[in-house]
Design a protein. Structure first.
Length: 449
């Protein structure tokens, strides 16, 4: 690649995608000039979330601005970046990528999956089938998503990077003076109110067992703030509910709720506890012991199958005893902690920019979920942009698509009952309306979204 400066525009939406996109840009060397914008959607992070997500990157709140979809395409036409990184939930990537591809002299379009995305979900590729490259963060992810792409018949480029917020260079000092046990909340797991109350009982028991330490329920969002995933039963709100406080026998003084950057919490943590969270990887990178609670099961629904073989699982009794875990070395190499020389992302970015400058890259044709045509695309846009989409077509699409969507879901449920199985036929169908709106497709994170 030539020695000239290359320009990257990062387009983010939710807090977790913003954190990843900003950190990814900060990883690039001095040959890259980077800028960051937030696409206006209903999950825009608050000012507090913005500050937390940008901690440790080259960006500050003043370096970012919010922009609507029309403003985004106008900005790209004016600034002409070499690469646009769509740090967006999967269904929104599907809306934005075609608009960028239609621009004259269009940039390289890159997306990525910034969290725990195993097991690999086919829909993560379907949502991003019109991108030039997808960034992944482990050898296992590359294997599994490559296999998915082959099954789907999608010619997709994948690049291996390191999760940019895993600070492996941080000094692994002794933490004998650490005074907190940090519990990283996952918005989707456990899911039910009953299970989340059970989780609070486990944490209350731990707080009473570890009287010399604070047990910190580390949340991503305060009440009223948006997240990548909807949290139906907020733990902080549950701790304020009189019936739950009574069931817990009162809330121990050393069981507290806190937000802020995870790196700051880990700097004073004796251990990191979670059911499923990328924070477990951050803790491993920082040399903080980890305990993954298996009391709620191990499987795709719990978003924790990636940790099978890691030696990090334990239960509520282990938490009360302080029986912390350290990861298996073979698991580390295959899951997010590969050596730096194994990464391919910079070389592949260089190659794509060079090829696009020589001869514009062909734009991949959309092949999945085509039924409904223009109306479907209007609905997809309206669904992701919400009130920020003021188009007449988007409004009209709701009147048609919402009843149809409900009917399709009822029909699919009936088919599954009649078949006597739990297969989800929606991934490869051309039904008139898409499935779950913002599912961290993050493969459900699981970021896909």
């Amino acid at each position: 690649m030539s020695t000239g400066t290359r320009r990257m525009l990062v387009v983010a939406d939710s807090d977790s995608y913003l954190k990843w996109g900003a950190a990814f840009a900060a990883q690039r060397d001095a040959s890259w000039s980077t800028a960051l914008v937030l696409l206006k959607t209903p999950v825009l992070p608050s000012a507090r979330q913005l500050d937390a997500a940008l901690t440790g990157t080259r960006f500050t709140r003043g370096d970012t601005r919010s922009i609507d979809l029309d403003g985004l395409t106008a900005l790209i036409e004016t600034e002409r970046p070499h690469v646009v990184l769509l740090a967006l939930r999967g269904p929104l990537v599907r809306v934005v990528a075609p608009l960028i591809a239609e621009l004259p002299g269009r940039p390289v379009i890159v997306s990525g999956l910034p969290g725990l995305t195993i097991p690999a979900e086919p829909k993560a590729i379907i949502y991003r089938e019109q991108c030039d490259m997808i960034v992944l963060h482990s050898k296992r992810e590359v294997r599994e998503y490559s296999a998915n792409a082959a099954t789907l018949g999608v010619e997709m480029r994948f690049a291996l990077a390191t999760l940019p917020f895993l600070d492996e260079t941080r000094e692994r000092r002794a933490r004998a003076d650490a005074r907190s046990i940090v519990f990283a909340v996952q918005a989707k797991v456990p899911a039910s109110r009953e299970e989340r109350v059970q989780l609070l009982q486990i944490l209350s028991t731990a707080a009473r067992a570890h009287t010399g330490k604070r047990v910190v329920v580390k949340t991503r969002a305060r009440r009223g703030e948006a997240q990548t995933h909807l949290e139906q039963h907020d733990l902080a709100a549950l701790l304020d509910a009189p019936d739950i406080v009574e069931a817990l026998g009162g809330v121990p003084d050393n069981l507290v709720v806190s937000d802020g950057p995870m790196a700051e919490h880990l700097s004073r943590a004796a251990a990191l506890v979670t059911v499923s969270s990328t924070a477990a990887l951050e803790a491993v990178a920082a040399g903080v012991p980890v305990l993954l609670l298996d009391d709620f099961g191990i499987g795709p629904r719990q978003i924790n199958t990636v940790f099978v073989g890691s030696d990090l699982f334990g239960n509520a009794s282990d938490l009360a005893r302080g029986a912390w875990r350290h990861p298996d070395s073979a698991w580390l190499d295959d899951n997010y902690f590969h050596p730096a020389h194994a990464t391919t992302v910079d070389d592949r970015l260089d190659e794509l920019v060079r090829r696009n400058a020589t001869r514009p890259l062909p734009f991949p044709e959309r092949r999945f979920n085509l039924t409904g045509g223009t109306l479907r695309r209007a609905f997809e846009r309206k669904r992701m942009l919400g009130h920020y989409d003021r188009s007449l077509s988007g409004t009209l699409s709701l009147a048609v698509a919402l009843p149809a969507r409900a009917a399709v879901r009822r029909a699919r449920k009936l088919v599954r009952i009649l078949r006597g199985d739990q297969q989800h036929p929606a991934l490869f169908t051309s039904a008139a309306v898409p499935t779950s709106p913002g599912a961290h497709d993050f493969g459900n994170s699981r970021p896909v979204g």
